[in-house]
Each structure stands twice: as structure tokens, then as C-alpha cells.
Ligand binder design. Structure first.
Ligand SMILES: O=C(O)[C@H](O)[C@H](O)COP(=O)(O)O
Length: 405
């Protein structure tokens, strides 16, 4: 028998484990709520399934002598000491790109809400910082909304990559700082030639043009909160959107009145993104098990392809797959597109929810745990006139992930 210890907020996990058990696998599931599992749970576990809030340190590993596989259902991995896992022969996997579509939607919703609030579209190009999965998704959504997008990613440039999905890739930081909007999509790294810790510091933020939109849906410490505080104190006219915070689960409550939009690290929390994370972990676990020392303990090995697929799993959350239909006889203008985005995912509701809570760490965690089953923009379907047949509009609707006939 293999003991799986998992974060309780992993949708679809119980169903997936049941499927494995029905196929004859000897798996036993135990869950923990909150940030860290307790010592007795760790002492029993052989497989650990986590999300971003669980810190896997040497101390945690000391309490988990039987753990030989750790999977995080997230894109970011800085919460896991990967070197310590390797030193103990523990396999460690993550789920790259799994909630990138949700993060792209979040950025689209932020820009839609801010432009409608000022009744004016962005007036210049948009900079994406980081051309990985989430950066590409955010860049595509913004191109779909009609903006010119460029991407700052010196590591990609160093590999000779200068273009991705219609986005020029460059290493010119000044070009970022003169953009009408900037959206951060980098992992948090504290050392090395491309460290991202405090990438947006006081010197950079002070240079941003008036009315610039700055979105951080990557990791809190990428944008120095002290630099935002200084900008707020000098009343610099910026529109800052924070989903992540430098000292989570404690948020910078003093900044809230100055921030345009503030949310509780939920940019990637579409239902499809969360379920896909759980599914991808189980797929990776089933692929690894037969060659591992746990092979015998797990009994019959179930082939990965026998796991249910994402579409089947999502049927348990009908609102996350329900189509949203628009009829448009003429090509939509920027306001209409923004309203379509907000009709599916309205970031302003998440902003309101955070501002209504006493901003204590426990309340932040509770808001995240109880987060609604958010659909992705891909539930949007557009029907209309001849404009839909043009190559330009087909491309833009695809970038927004809307379906069309
Ligand atoms: O790295 C990621 O994938 C995201 O930041 C993730 O959405 C965080 O969500 P959590 O794992 O904390 O639920």
C-alpha cells in the first residue's frame, strides 16, 4: 500500500485516486488543510502532493523519512528545496504551464477593467516580462484585445530566440520601462545573471510613464513593495495590479487604497487550471511508479491513458464549462471586447472580496481556499456577420481563446 499525502484543495484528486484504486492499485489518500502537513502525517507519507503554499524544506523532509516522490500542482517551484530533494533521492516534479490560460485571462480581465474604468484603451505598446507559458498566454490575450505586445526575456535572447507567437523577444529593459502596460511572468530567482528578485525596484518604478499599468501575477518579490510604497508616497500616477505579495500570506494593507486592483494570488485559479494541475500530477506519478522502489507496494500498475481526461473531470463543475454566447453583427470595438472578457471573468469581484476581508494571513488563505469555480475565456462563443470571416479577426478571437462560427 502506498500512502499519498495531499493538500486538501486539489480538486478531482479523490476521483482520480478512486479510479486508480478501482483498477487494482493499492493507494491510500490522506489530506491536510492549511499550509503545512503535521508531523504524524509526514511520518506516514510516501508520496506528497502539494500546491504553492507548502514549503518543502530540509526540516520538512527530516520529518518525512519515507517520502520518495513530491509533486507540486503549480507552475512556480521556489517553495520546494529541489536540491535537498535530490540529495535524498526524492523525485520532484511540477506542472509547467498548467494554469497559464487562467493567468492570461487574469491579465486580460485586469486590462479590460482598467480601460473601461478610464473609458480609454491603452495608448501604447504592452511589455510582457518573461516569455514562458503564462507570458505567452498573457501576450496573446492582449494582442487579441488589439494591443501591440513585446516581450522582455534576456534568457531567451541568450538562446537565440527572438520571436514567439507574434511577440518580438528582446533584452532591452528601457523598452519595458517606456511601455503603456507591463505584465510580469517570471519565476522567482534570487541569484544568477537573470535573477528576478526585485526586478522592478525603486529606480525602475520611478521611471514608469504616467498612467502606466503594472501587473504582477508571477511572484510577490519580483516587484519590490518598498518601491511601490515610495511611488504611492510621491503620488506617482500609476495603475498597479497585484495578485501576488512580497510577504504572503500577509498582504501590504497600507498599499490597498493606492492599488488599482488587488487580489489574493488567484490569477491561476480557474477550475480548469486547478483540475489540470491535479491530473498532470497523477499522470506523472503513474508514469514514474513502475520504475520505482514503490512499484511492488502499489500493486497493479494502471496505464496513464486510463485516467479520465480533463473534459470529463470538469463535468463535476458545470459552471466552469458552460458556454457564454455573443451575437455581434459588426466587429467589436475595444469596449465590447473588454465587456466580453469581464462577462466571463470579472477581476473586480476578486478585488472587492479581498478589500472586504480584514487583511490577516488567515483571511487571505481562507479566501483562496473558498475561491469560486472560475471558468476560462475559452467558454466564450461569438456568432456574427462577415467580419468573423476575416483573417485578422479569426486570429484575434483565437488569441482571446473565444470560439467562433
Ligand atoms: O505557480 C502557480 O502555478 C500558481 O502561483 C498557483 O496558481 C498558485 O496557487 P496555489 O498552488 O497556491 O493554489
Amino acid at each position: 500500500m502506498i500512502n499519498l499525502l495531499a493538500d486538501a484543495s486539489m480538486p478531482a484528486l479523490a476521483q482520480l485516486v478512486r479510479t486508480c484504486q478501482q483498477a487494482g492499485m493499492a493507494l491510500q489518500l490522506e489530506t491536510f488543510s492549511g499550509r503545512q502537513p503535521d508531523a504524524s502525517q509526514l511520518a506516514r507519507a510516501q508520496v506528497l502532493l502539494i500546491r504553492s503554499i507548502t514549503q518543502v524544506t530540509k526540516e520538512l523532509l527530516d520529518q518525512a523519512p519515507h517520502v520518495c516522490w513530491i509533486g507540486t500542482a503549480t507552475i512556480g517551484t521556489e517553495h520546494v528545496d529541489a536540491a535537498a530533494c535530490e540529495a535524498r533521492g526524492i523525485a520532484f516534479v511540477s506542472t509547467p504551464g498548467v494554469n497559464a490560460q487562467a493567468v492570461g485571462d487574469y491579465v486580460a480581465s485586469a486590462v479590460a477593467a482598467l480601460t473601461l474604468a478610464q473609458d480609454a484603451p491603452l495608448t501604447g505598446p504592452v511589455a510582457i516580462i518573461g516569455g514562458g507559458h503564462t507570458g505567452q498566454a498573457a501576450g496573446a490575450r492582449l494582442q487579441g484585445l488589439g494591443y501591440k505586445v513585446h516581450c522582455y526575456d534576456p534568457p531567451l535572447v541568450a538562446q537565440g530566440i527572438n520571436q514567439r507567437d507574434g511577440m518580438p523577444i528582446h533584452g532591452n529593459w528601457q523598452q519595458v520601462l517606456t511601455s503603456a502596460a507591463i505584465s510580469c511572468h517570471v519565476p522567482l530567482t534570487r541569484s544568477g545573471p537573470f535573477a528576478t528578485y526585485h526586478l522592478l525596484d525603486d529606480a525602475s518604478i520611478a521611471q514608469l510613464p504616467a498612467n502606466c499599468v503594472l501587473i504582477n501575477a508571477s511572484r510577490g518579490p519580483v516587484v519590490a513593495e518598498s518601491a511601490l510604497r515610495a511611488a504611492a508616497n510621491r503620488q506617482q500616477p500609476l495603475r498597479v495590479v497585484l495578485d501576488v505579495w512580497e510577504h504572503e500570506p500577509q498582504i501590504a494593507t497600507d498599499l490597498l487604497p493606492w492599488l488599482s486592483l488587488a487580489t489574493m494570488h488567484i490569477a491561476g485559479h480557474s477550475m480548469a487550471g486547478k483540475v489540470a494541475g491535479t491530473l498532470q500530477l497523477l499522470q506523472q506519478l503513474l508514469s514514474w511508479l513502475p520504475s520505482s522502489e514503490l512499484a511492488q507496494a502499489s500493486g497493479t500498475a494502471m496505464p496513464v491513458h486510463e485516467l479520465p481526461d480533463l473534459i470529463d473531470l470538469l463535468q463535476a463543475w458545470p459552471t466552469s464549462v458552460q458556454p457564454q454566447l455573443w451575437q455581434a453583427n459588426e466587429a467589436p470595438d475595444w469596449r465590447t471586447l473588454a465587456s466580453w472578457v469581464l462577462a466571463i471573468y470579472d477581476i473586480r469581484q476578486d478585488d472587492l472580496a479581498l478589500r472586504q476581508q480584514p487583511a490577516k494571513p488567515a483571511a487571505f488563505d481562507q479566501l483562496r481556499r473558498g475561491y469560486a469555480h472560475r471558468p476560462e475565456l475559452s467558454v466564450g462563443q461569438v456568432q456574427g456577420g462577415s467580419w468573423l470571416a476575416t483573417e485578422e479577426w479569426r486570429k484575434r478571437l483565437k488569441q482571446l481563446t473565444f470560439q467562433f462560427k
